[in-house]
Design a protein around this ligand. Structure first.
Ligand SMILES: NC(=O)c1ccc[n+]([C@@H]2O[C@H](COP(=O)([O-])OP(=O)(O)OC[C@H]3O[C@@H](n4cnc5c(N)ncnc54)[C@H](OP(=O)(O)O)[C@@H]3O)[C@@H](O)[C@H]2O)c1
Length: 312
């Protein structure tokens, strides 16, 4: 099949290109950056330089590619994300999740593509009441911290238009927290270095529940979604959602760091703000049963316990 991969140089994109080529798909892959074009060509994709905010350019590129499947992996999360200024850090990504999703979806429809797959997120958007592990059927958080609202609205918008547009099969993949080479939680990344330097504390009792996924497993689930799975939302997370109080000391141990410090909620709120405090103390995990059942996906790192030791 012909696949238009918007954001072919990002965390998922760069891994997805070879997976798709290996099973015989043709890939047209985008970047904004001229110096990344040769790398895309070497990986087997046809490169296109594209700014996702330019609707007419998106339309032209998609129509020219005549794809059967469009995969939207454009985000703007590189660099040091400052969780204290959550809204500012996610502003560009919010536009890519709203305006650019519209541009890509309209172009996909016009080009006659049959399938549209978009990157969403599992974790802090989940409702923070009830059981510890949420499925795709469970509601999302309706009362997020104010700084997070615009980002949650952008995720909700992306999921609604992706799965609710008639004339095309839409799948929204809610990835858990990525870890692995090249990621913030991978060798040399900000989170990796922060935990190594004992700068990431357990806030309160560390009762926030995180769902992780190794970046290679996330890319494999995406490759499977190109030709499997009914339209809808899928959690792409590992088998073991876990409290911060459990995974953070484990990660510190794996990295050879001292055990994380402990910080009371009131103090953390003053220094890092409510979004991060909520992630450390309140968020819920996600179930991967649907992705396993309907995509036939089996993560190579079924739990972060193995992945943190072998896959960073
Ligand atoms: N679920 C998760 O935990 C999650 C999800 C996503 C990202 N992250 C983390 O965030 C960090 C950065 O992510 P990333 O490597 O995927 O990089 P990124 O900066 O988010 O870029 C992703 C892709 O989007 C493209 N892009 C960005 N802005 C664009 C625009 N305005 N128009 C068109 N394309 C645009 C980039 O192309 P260019 O080649 O032009 O840069 C790249 O192909 C990593 O640590 C990653 O693990 C985590």
């Amino acid at each position: 099949m012909r696949v238009f991969l918007a954001g072919a140089t990002g965390a998922i994109g760069q891994r997805l290109v070879p997976l798709l080529i290996d099973v015989g798909h043709e890939v047209v892959g985008t970047t904004r950056t001229a110096t990344k074009v040769d790398g895309l060509r070497l990986a087997g994709a046809t490169p296109v330089i594209l700014d996702g905010r330019d609707g007419e350019a998106v339309r032209r590129a998609v129509l020219q590619a005549r794809p059967e499947v469009v995969v939207h992996q454009m985000t703007s999360l590189s660099g040091n994300l400052d969780m204290r200024h959550f809204a500012d850090s996610f502003a560009d990504t919010n536009r890519l999740r709203t305006e650019t999703t519209d541009h890509l979806l309209q172009a996909a429809l016009e080009a006659g593509a049959g399938r549209f797959i978009a990157q969403s997120f599992a974790g802090w958007p989940n409702e923070q009441r009830g059981g510890p592990i949420k499925t795709e059927e469970d509601p999302l958080n309706t009362t997020p911290p104010p700084e997070v609202k615009e980002t949650l609205d952008a995720i909700l918008y992306l999921e609604a238009v992706t799965t609710g547009t008639s004339g095309i099969e839409g799948l929204a993949l809610r990835y858990g927290g990525f870890y692995g080479p090249g990621q913030a939680l991978g060798k040399g990344g900000a989170m990796f270095d922060g935990v190594s330097a004992r700068q990431v504390p357990i806030v309160g009792r560390g009762t926030g529940i995180w769902s992780f996924v190794h970046i290679d497993d996330a890319a494999m689930a995406t490759a499977l979604a190109v030709d499997r799975g009914a339209p809808g939302i899928y959690n792409v997370v590992d088998d073991e959602p876990a409290q911060v109080s459990e995974w953070l000391p484990y990660l510190a141990d794996v990295l050879g760091a001292k055990p994380p410090r402990r910080v009371p909620v009131w103090l953390a709120r003053m220094f890092v703000g409510e979004p991060l405090v909520s992630m450390m103390t309140k968020i819920r995990g996600s179930s991967n049963a649907k992705a396993k059942r309907e995509l036939g996906w089996r993560p190579a790192y079924p739990t972060w316990r193995v992945g943190f030791r072998e896959g960073l």
